[in-house]
Design a protein around this ligand. Structure first.
Ligand code: SAM
Length: 203
């Protein structure tokens, strides 16, 4: 019973959220597109990136944002969940933690200018488990970068601040010249979500 009430509260809060309303007006699949929009406005990265990889792409608002706002991009998207087709986007249903699924990416794209990750592993609420899941995602993303990100390429990845934050940032610093973090306004203030903005891939 209590659970039903809290689900209802979340739904009420979610549907009155300014960014949810704006996504519906813009006919985007989720409010997540605002985060990429803000990142794009601030860092102007999409304009200069031809080959783009969208990790954790479903339901698809980041891919929609890219294909609606930019022409001539090669976009490959991957998610463990199914994603309804988007024009000019090659979708792979797969898990980036699995080598065989990562190889499916390389069959479609062997050099990327930009790797985006909005991946959120299932949150258990158990700090150690959640941070370990994020570390695993980080390792898989770094493997993908090693295989296909161009030298000086850019990685933008979602992370949840917790006990492994400093260590993860250090790890990224080994592979990129500059690692910053950014919290878009459209990211709920109650969430400890941030985005690592990593420039200058060293290989
Ligand atoms: C916040 S959603 C992404 C929203 C998306 N950027 C958009 O704009 O619609 C996070 C996604 O990460 C996906 N995900 C979680 N773990 C994954 C993994 N190991 N490999 C691929 N996708 C994963 C989830 O299935 C989920 O669809």
């Amino acid at each position: 019973m209590a659970k039903k009430k809290s689900t209802k509260n979340w739904l009420n809060k979610h549907s009155s959220d300014r960014y949810v309303k704006l996504s519906q007006l813009g006919d985007y699949r989720s409010r997540a597109f605002h985060k990429l929009h803000e990142i794009d406005e601030k860092y102007k990265i999409l304009k200069y990136s031809k080959n783009i990889l969208d990790l954790g792409s479903a339901p698809g608002s980041w891919s929609e944002y890219i294909t609606r706002n930019y022409e001539d991009k090669t976009l490959v998207a991957i998610d463990v969940l199914q994603m309804k087709p988007i024009d000019n986007t090659y979708f792979i249903r797969g898990d980036i933690n699995k080598k065989t699924d990562r190889e499916k990416i390389f069959e479609k794209m062997n050099k990327a200018d930009l790797v985006l990750s909005d991946i959120a592993p299932n949150i258990t609420g158990i700090e150690d488990v959640d941070q370990a899941n994020f570390e695993r995602i980080l390792e898989s993303i770094l493997d993908i970068c090693l295989d296909l990100l161009k030298i000086n390429g850019v990685l933008i990845m979602k992370f949840f601040i917790g006990s492994s934050y400093d260590e993860s940032r250090k790890k990224l610093k080994k592979s990129f010249n500059k690692v910053g973090s950014y919290k878009p306004q459209s990211s709920r203030s109650s969430s400890n979500e941030i985005f690592f903005i990593c420039n200058g891939f060293k290989d």
